[in-house]
Design a protein around this ligand. Structure first.
Ligand code: SF4
Ligand code: F3S
Ligand code: ZN
Length: 103
């Protein structure tokens, strides 16, 4: 599962579509965590798609990640600022790849 303390245990190594990327990143096999308020561990995501389908405010957008061992696309928290903290995505992800900091 995603480490809920990722922002203390990892370093921000990049930015993507206006959100942080937390390392380590070693493309294409290791992609890190995308987002901060809505964080998706790309190395855990298996592209199930439940988060993309269920988010009421369309926070997630698919990004292609060819060559990643778990899946060739990931749910990117492209619109994390729109999140209303409903926690639906956290509940539906089958591999616990998402952390939402509703605090
Ligand atoms: Fe969308 Fe709710 Fe997840 Fe926020 S907590 S990203 S609003 S499903
Ligand atoms: Fe990935 Fe979980 Fe969403 S596997 S696509 S983050 S439901
Ligand atoms: Zn991203």
């Amino acid at each position: 599962a995603i480490d809920p303390q990722f922002n203390e245990n990892r370093e921000q190594v990049d930015e993507h579509e206006g959100h942080a990327v937390w390392g380590p990143v070693e493309e294409p096999e290791e992609l890190g965590i995308h987002g901060t308020h809505v964080a998706v561990d790309f190395d855990i995501c298996i592209a199930d798609g439940a988060c993309v389908e269920d988010c009421p405010v369309d926070v997630f957008e698919w990004v292609d990640t060819p060559g990643h061992p778990e899946s060739e696309e990931k749910a990117d928290p492209a619109n994390e600022a729109q999140c209303i903290d409903c926690m639906l995505c956290v509940d539906v992800c089958p591999v616990d790849a998402i952390d939402v900091d509703a605090g």
